[in-house]
Write a protein that binds this ligand. Structure first.
Ligand code: ADP
Ligand code: MG
Length: 351
């Protein structure tokens, strides 16, 4: 057996398969780039569940002409510069991999305009590099990225994914979650340029929950917000300064008819999978209500910089949290108090 170094083409395609697992990952990466760019309006058009095309348009800061050649270059980013930056990442992006990966498994087109430039520019990309000249064109401030023919060169991936309707549902789930956390940003999701499937334009999180997850939530939502110090050993800082505080805010809804439980959890602005927190919420709700009551909960945690490691997986869905025990305990205590209060109010009003 001889060991050979894999050619770059194979290395990039393997890496791309990890970042761009399915159409919903493309949408998530594109809207995160838009939020990083300071966008206040984001439109997402998804055709054929994202397999034919995904177009994300924002009104963010835009990309300058001189940066166009690097947009799809792997490990090229405008967001971090030094190793130490990895410990205090405030942007979604930092790996410089998303657009590069997309360019290895789809056709990518970028159109962007920065404020200081009279016109916009556009270009096409393939396999990590420009595949067309950078051309001037008309366009308003911001960026529009089109990802088309997704997995054209990965037929097995395409064949094993679910149907376009289920992929669209996954995309819609992600956008709904982001539109609660980023309630100062308007989101519009469509299946074509002429129809709107989902729109989140109000500025209240409660209103967004009711319009996206069912109007029956509006009568049953309860908000909470607390700030607790981290246990001294869980944070590198031992003082109770704001840098060692955990801030927890959220909205829980317990409509009587709900049987399914949904947890939407953001950690430092990132949508994450936090199964242990979901399980502990299920435990609190069933203990207090003494039923298998379903619930909807949105929780936004802000943890001290340096206690969350987001550099675990290319999709950044998993994060490692140093003060996980403090978070579980604080959320359980707060929810338990809140739910006891609600059940006392409802029992006194029914008696
Ligand atoms: P990352 O977000 O990790 O930096 P990406 O591959 O997602 O990597 O994006 C590469 C670079 O392209 C970003 O660092 C940013 O400079 C630029 N970029 C991508 N999307 C946008 C956007 N919507 N608006 C402004 N700049 C963008
Ligand atoms: Mg990015």
């Amino acid at each position: 057996m001889t060991i050979v170094r894999l050619p770059d083409e194979i290395v990039h395609k393997i890496a791309a398969g990890e970042v761009v697992v399915r159409p919903a990952n493309v949408v998530k990466e594109l809207i995160e780039n838009s939020i990083d760019a300071g966008a206040k309006n984001i439109s997402i058009i998804v055709e054929d569940g994202g397999f034919s095309s995904i177009v994300v348009t924002d009104d963010g800061c835009g990309i300058s002409k001189s940066d166009f050649p690097k947009v799809c270059e792997r490990f090229a980013t405008s967001k971090i510069k030094a190793v130490s930056d990895l410990d205090s990442i405030e942007t979604f992006g930092f790996r410089g991999e998303a657009l590069a990966s997309m360019s290895y498994v789809s056709r990518v087109e970028v159109l962007s305009k920065i404020e200081s430039c009279e016109h916009a520019y556009k270009a096409k990309y393939k396999n990590g590099a420009l595949s067309s000249p950078i051309q001037p064109c008309g366009g308003s401030q911001g960026t529009s990225i089109t990802v088309s023919s997704l997995f054209y060169n990965a037929p097995l991936r395409k064949a094993t994914l679910s149907k376009p309707t289920s992929e669209f549902r996954r995309i819609s789930t992600i956008i709904s979650a982001y539109s609660i956390e980023y309630s100062d940003v308007s989101f519009r999701l469509s299946k074509s340029a002429y129809s709107v499937s989902m729109s989140a334009t109000s500025s209240s999180k409660e209103e967004r929950i009711a319009s996206l997850y069912g109007s029956y939530h509006s009568k049953h939502t309860h908000s909470f917000s607390i700030s607790v110090p981290t246990h001294p050993s869980s944070s590198s800082s031992s003082s109770s300064s704001s840098s060692s505080m955990i801030s927890i805010s959220g909205i829980i809804s317990l409509p009587p008819s709900l049987s399914k439980s949904t947890s939407i959890i953001f950690v430092n602005g990132r949508l994450v999978k936090f199964d242990s927190l979901h399980r502990s919420i299920v435990g609190v709700v069933s203990t207090v209500t003494q039923t298998k009551h379903g619930f909807f909960i949105y929780i936004s945690l802000h943890l001290p910089a340096g206690t969350v490691d987001v550099n675990v997986h290319p999709t950044k869905k998993d994060v490692f949290i140093q003060c996980e025990g403090d978070v579980l305990e604080s959320v359980s205590d707060e929810l338990s108090k809140l739910l006891h209060g609600i059940s006392m109010i409802s029992s006194s009003s029914s008696s």
